[in-house]
Ligand binder design. Sequence first.
Ligand code: AFP
Length: 322
Amino acid sequence: MKTLSTFLAGTELAPLIADIAESCKQLAAEINRGALHGKMGSLDATNVQGETQKQLDVIANDIWLQVNEQGGHYAGMASEEMEAPYLVPERYRQSGKYLLLFDPLDGSSNVDLNFTVGSIFSILISPNHAPALEDFLQPGSSQIAAGYALYGSSTMLVLTTGQGVNGFTLDETSGDFVLTHPDMRIPQDTSEFAINMSRQRLWEAPVKRYIDECLQGKDGPRGKDFNMRWVASMVAEVHRILIRGGVFMYPIDDGLRAQGGRLRLMYEANPMAMLVEQAGGAASAGLERILDIRPEALHQRVPVFLGSSREIERIILMHRTP
Ligand code: AFP
């Protein structure tokens, strides 16, 4: 069986991805032991998003910073858990060619429930040896690699470096990530959608129309019944879509308009959009391709519609024809 290291052998990104894999292994172990070591539960602190921080949010952020800065590959990092970008200390900035952006623990509201959570990451070229905030604000099309770790019934690393999407499963015995899901592809069609239905009254008309048509089932305009899923962990939803297709939607709505949406562009929407497109799917903010959005702020939020390409095309068409 191929492993992550043999799969990437000789490529420039191999050492960077090896460090990311190590941080995922360490975090998987922390999550697995969380309840045993009393590390579940929330702190009386909020992060830059104004969200209550879990103990494991802080632990995850520290692991990602420490494990990934030591390799000397990055000039700077940005995280959902940190207001400002992090300038890697000079002693670790030998090459400092890249920027690492990450959501260290996505779906953390699920972590106390023992539900699937994950980490999401994005790698950019650093324009400067000492990058400033604006150096991070690159469109998703500039990403040279993106992926996620999935801390579920097994620990997985799903990765793209621009030549398709490949999934690796952690073999706890050897400590290797083994290539178990080569060349992941998203079917163009689906009968499964994922959305937080409790916000239905707040949606814009195109979203209401799309979901209403799905709910009408085989007697409605779609001519088939649909199934629904909602895990409240974007990594789990995207993984399901990479395995069997589907649509994931977190639209802007009357309750989120002031913030611009729910999900963050730089370290959630952009890396997931790269993965989805590399697997033959599509990722849109409703009227524009997510990877084309020109960022204006590090923690900027955007609407997200991603998954099976024919469904996303339908959703975009509904946004264009009021
Ligand atoms: P947390 O990391 O705060 O749990 O948020 C997870 C998330 O950003 C994304 O992973 C989920 O798809 C979405 O939020 C869930 O949102 P709801 O809590 O509104 O269901």
